[in-house]
Design a protein around this ligand. Sequence first.
Ligand code: HEC
Ligand code: HEC
Length: 288
Amino acid sequence: MSKVEKDELSGVDTTGHDWDGIKELDNPMPRWWLWTFYATIIWSIGYWVVYPAWPLVSDYTKGVFGYSSRAELHEELASVEEGRASITTELVNADLADVKNNPQLYQFALSGGRSNYAVNCSQCHGSGAQGAPGFPNLNDDDWLWGGSVDAIYQTIKYGIRSDHDETRTGEMPAFLRDEILEKDQVSDVAEYVLSLSQEGRDPEAVTRGAEVYANECASCHGENARGNPEFGAPNLTDAIWFYGGDKQTIVNTIANGRANVMPAWDDRLDESVIRQISLYVHSLGGGK
Ligand code: HEC
Ligand code: HEC
């Protein structure tokens, strides 16, 4: 039922629709609305021309600007990469001990070092660098091979008793196995070693052990038993033990020797990464 008629009140035609006596006026669209609508059509034509728009069978129309969000991403990545390359070069050329004075470079090294440590080192030294028997704790400020950042760098780059030509070596001899000392002497010198950090050891054994120590051990561990980073000989006077500080373990160390291997990273990680890790490890120990 549609019958167009004139509405009495407003004088506008109705659409002719009638719903239970309710009728609809046929007012024209507002001007502003129409013009906006036309404008969007014109805009969209411009958009087709300028930007990628139409899918084709195996491609799409590229538009005169040739824009693509992927190309933009590539460009952004390239510029980030370039920024990083320059900071990497800066780190590689820097004097390690000075990096601390350059906050931006230092921050970069620490965060890179932290993540590279987690990937490469945590399986042996622990995720918190706390170490384990035979694998040194890197958090304390007790170092076998020196705790300056340069010494740490050298350890990481060339390893210890590793297969690298420039590795550091130095072994704890097997005094019993190689028949340098008798069983009793090994036990005595172990007592002496323990007496350096513990009260209440057997005084007679300690006296005998001190003599053995002076003859056989002082050359590497030092007369005062404070260790020597040149041979990686641990300090025996602190109560920090690398292999373990109970008598049995110490007797075992002296009897059979020790020579754990820290791999060299020279061929596996690039220079910048080795430097980042060195600075990170140095920062853990409080740093000498
Ligand atoms: C396969 C196990 C292993 C891995 C992996 C390893 N280390 Fe070691 N690391 C050792 C052992 C064992 C020693 C002790 C060597 C020794 O007996 O003197 C050591 C010693 C060190 C030392 C010397 C500690 C001191 O007191 O002087 C530093 C520093 C060190 N490692 C850092 C690292 C870093 C950094 C990484 C990763 C890039 C790493 N290590 C990966 C086994 C490992
Ligand atoms: C040629 C040098 C050298 C001589 C001599 C030597 N040591 Fe060592 N000693 C070392 C080195 C190096 C280590 C560390 C081994 C390692 O890193 O695996 C070590 C480790 C030890 C440890 C383990 C410390 C720990 O924290 O677990 C003890 C204990 C020890 N030596 C006692 C002695 C005693 C006692 C003698 C004399 C009977 C002696 N050493 C003679 C080089 C030496």
